[in-house]
Design a protein around this ligand. Structure first.
Ligand code: HEM
Length: 412
């Protein structure tokens, strides 16, 4: 499909029909001008090879001091995407600063620590499945929102325990995270959300300072006490914010998108049942086919840069279009839009990023998603969508990519 319009594409803040819009964007080219809420001009990298090159490019930065329009005051106050640009943590840091901030987290979130979490993830999953059965027995005709009652509470509990967030603060944190990821938030609301988020994170820090535990917040506080140059106060809360948001909004979308895809493709589920594929295949194919992170803000070329034959001027905010790249026919063949868990693609999906900012939660996300899906389908093998797939409302965001609810009939 060829989109001949030269007008920059306005990203739909409601997140509706993302795959159709992405197809049109890819047809325009690998590097496409887009307009963000607040009429901020940006560029999206939509195809696999160009995105991979861009993500690892040495002359591309993440620190917002390179964001020309922001520096020049051309970005409106309360801009809904401001948090992504200005939060102080590894996702907006480059070079040594990035290595310092990322290192503080990877020291704690080691492969061993993730593996040690396995029994806890399994236990939390089983408890949620018990509660899911109860929720379904109260719901109309045994229908339950799997997103709210399963896909969300699992990653939220895991990341909260990892960070040392007490249970009474978790609901508030999730609601605020959702608003940070949402692209339909008004400027007034966005400012209030950031204030409320800072208040809760300050409380998390105060509690762990008073009563340290075997968690990431306590470890960051200890690193800070040892040498205050290792982490400022704002970097501490910025890191926590990043870990809370990245640590659950994404895995929530992954579990939701995987169940949705399996409901629409029962023959693929059958392949797992008959041992011809496994849950890891479902997870990897879902990451490619329906990437949980859609347009990730931001990177900025530090000089005028030619990517895929297009010049991206220095200081332009650039979005990494992971959901679009996942269905790029140049990388995955003419059937890129097909969900096929036996696919052995020549290209490896980019849905956890690429280069220095590659997702540091990928092993944990994979552990959570495979555990969740295996246990869900063992307990409820005949689970089905309770509404037609095309009636599922989109999660209102172009940063995330998922359905807002996932009503299913468990049929135990
Ligand atoms: C970075 C995706 C789960 C923590 C990223 C990036 C992507 C991504 C695409 C790179 C963003 C960019 O710079 O363009 C995902 C997906 C997940 C997931 C799809 C689940 C399915 C998690 C979890 C955690 C986490 C569970 C925490 C435990 C982070 C952090 C970064 C990151 C801290 C920033 C790394 C850096 O800037 O160096 N993730 N993520 N993510 N992710 Fe994840």
């Amino acid at each position: 499909m060829q989109d001949r319009s030269d007008a920059p594409h306005r990203l739909d803040a409601t997140g509706a029909d993302q795959h159709a819009a992405n197809e049109r964007l890819r047809a325009r080219g690998p590097v496409v001008p887009v307009v963000l809420p607040g009429d901020v001009a940006a560029v999206a990298v939509t195809r696999h090879e160009e995105l991979k090159e861009f993500l690892a490019h040495p002359e591309v930065a993440k620190n917002a001091r390179h964001f020309t329009a922001l520096r020049e005051g051309a970005v409106p106050p309360g801009w809904p995407l401001a948090t992504f640009a200005t939060v102080e943590g590894m996702t907006t840091a480059d070079g040594d600063d990035h290595r310092r901030l990322r290192g503080l987290v990877t020291q704690v979130l080691t492969p061993r620590r993730v593996e040690e979490l396995r029994p806890r993830v399994e236990e939390l999953t089983d408890r949620l499945l018990d509660a899911l059965g109860r929720a379904a027995s109260y719901g109309a005709a045994g229908v339950v929102d799997l997103r709210e009652h399963f896909a969300l509470p699992l990653p939220m509990a895991v990341i909260s325990e990892l960070l040392g967030v007490d249970p009474d603060l978790r609901d508030g944190l999730h609601q605020l995270s959702t608003l940070i990821v949402s692209t339909t938030t008004t400027p007034e609301r966005a400012l209030a959300v950031n204030r409320d988020m800072a208040d809760i994170l300050d409380l998390v820090v105060a509690r762990r300072r008073a009563a340290p535990g075997d968690d990431l917040t306590s470890a960051l506080l200890a690193a800070r006490a040892e040498d205050s140059d290792r982490l400022t106060d704002r970097e501490l809360t910025g890191t926590l914010l990043l870990m809370v948001v990245a640590g659950h909004e994404t895995t929530l979308n992954l579990i939701t998108n995987a169940v949705r895809a399996l409901c629409a493709h029962p023959e693929q589920l059958e392949l797992v049942r008959t041992g011809k594929a496994d849950w890891a295949d479902v997870v990897e194919e879902t990451l490619r086919y329906d990437s949980p992170v859609s347009f990730f803000p931001f990177r900025y070329p530090t000089r005028d840069l030619t990517i895929g034959g297009t010049v991206v001027p220095r200081g332009t905010p650039v979005l990494a279009s992971y959901t679009a790249a996942g269905r790029d026919e140049r990388a995955y063949g003419p059937d890129a839009a097909r969900f096929d868990i036996t696919r052995r693609p020549a290209a490896r999906h980019l849905s956890f990023g690429h280069g220095p900012h590659y997702c540091l939660g990928a092993p944990l996300a994979r552990l959570e998603a495979t555990t969740a899906l295996r246990a869900l389908y063992t307990r409820y093998p005949d689970l089905e969508l309770a509404v037609p797939d095309h009636d599922l409302p989109p999660h209102p965001s172009f940063v995330g990519n998922s359905a807002e609810v996932l009503p299913v009939r468990l049929r135990p």
